[in-house]
Design a binder for this molecule. Structure first.
Ligand code: ZN
Length: 257
């Protein structure tokens, strides 16, 4: 039974960039090597169509993504050079999250070994993110599977500002973000619930804040589906983040969710 979604195409090269897309392949290979998953557990991403993109993005941004004709300003906003290879890779990541949600609705659990493009806005890319896979997969679950209420639990060290802006005013999707207060994005959006932590926060402080907020939010909202962005950049020593979680804290965090 497939539980994990992966594609070798997740790793579109971004030479010299701080964002290392090969991390997805390295994580996948590690899971295979230590026996956490076998080849039989792995599914390919769903194909992303224009209709899918329009679930989360404006017609203008959808057109750009499909034609591959981006301007220098588009690349500047996304903070990376957007090539056709790069956008194709981002389609695969988005298709991976859509597929993982489909697996979870069939079997109770689905994991995308990629995705997490939570800074992508409806009308543009931002912060290395081009297609908001979480928004797209949440709306696809509502449209194709009749899921009424979706909660997005975003525990990346950065706020899920793109996701929050896409679902602003949509009471059928609850956006929950725990993030560091003094890093990108400089201007935060308002999620359904934001929990901010200061630079240098320890694993104990992080877990206390999470355990205080998440169970209450789940009880109150009662989602039919939860999408969990298990960002690893909360770990001590991350290049872009300033929190101090250990690998053991990360395991506790994931177990808590
Ligand atoms: Zn991040």
């Amino acid at each position: 039974m497939a539980v994990l979604v992966f594609s070798p195409g997740y790793a579109a090269p971004l030479p010299g960039h701080v964002f290392r897309p090969d991390k997805f392949r390295l994580a996948f290979e590690m899971l295979l090597k230590d026996g956490t998953v076998s080849r039989g557990d792995v599914a390919a991403p769903a194909k992303i169509s224009k209709r899918d993109l329009l679930l989360a993005h404006t017609p203008a941004w959808t057109r750009k993504c499909l034609s591959g004709r981006f301007t220098a300003a588009d690349s500047a906003a996304a903070e990376m050079k957007i090539t056709k290879v790069v956008i194709r890779s981002h389609f695969l990541h988005a298709g991976g999250t859509v597929k993982a949600v489909e697996l979870s609705l069939e079997n109770g659990l689905g994991i995308n070994c990629g995705g997490g493009s939570h800074h992508a806005r409806a009308d543009r890319g931002a912060g290395f993110c081009l297609v908001n896979d979480l928004a797209l997969a949440a709306r696809n679950a509502q449209k194709e599977y009749g899921v009424k209420k979706v909660m997005i639990v975003d525990l990346d060290v950065h706020q899920g500002d793109g996701t929050a802006s896409i679902f602003r005013g949509d009471r059928s999707v609850f956006t929950f973000s725990v993030h560091q207060s003094d890093i990108y994005p400089e201007k935060k959006e308002r999620s359904s619930l934001d929990v901010e932590l200061p630079r240098g926060a320890t694993g104990a402080a992080y877990l206390r804040a999470l355990r205080r907020a998440l169970p209450k939010a789940l009880d109150r909202f009662k989602p039919g589906l939860v999408l969990y962005l298990a960002g690893a950049d909360v770990c001590r020593g991350d290049l872009l983040g300033g929190l101090r979680l250990s690998p053991a804290d990360l395991r506790r965090r994931d177990a808590c969710v």
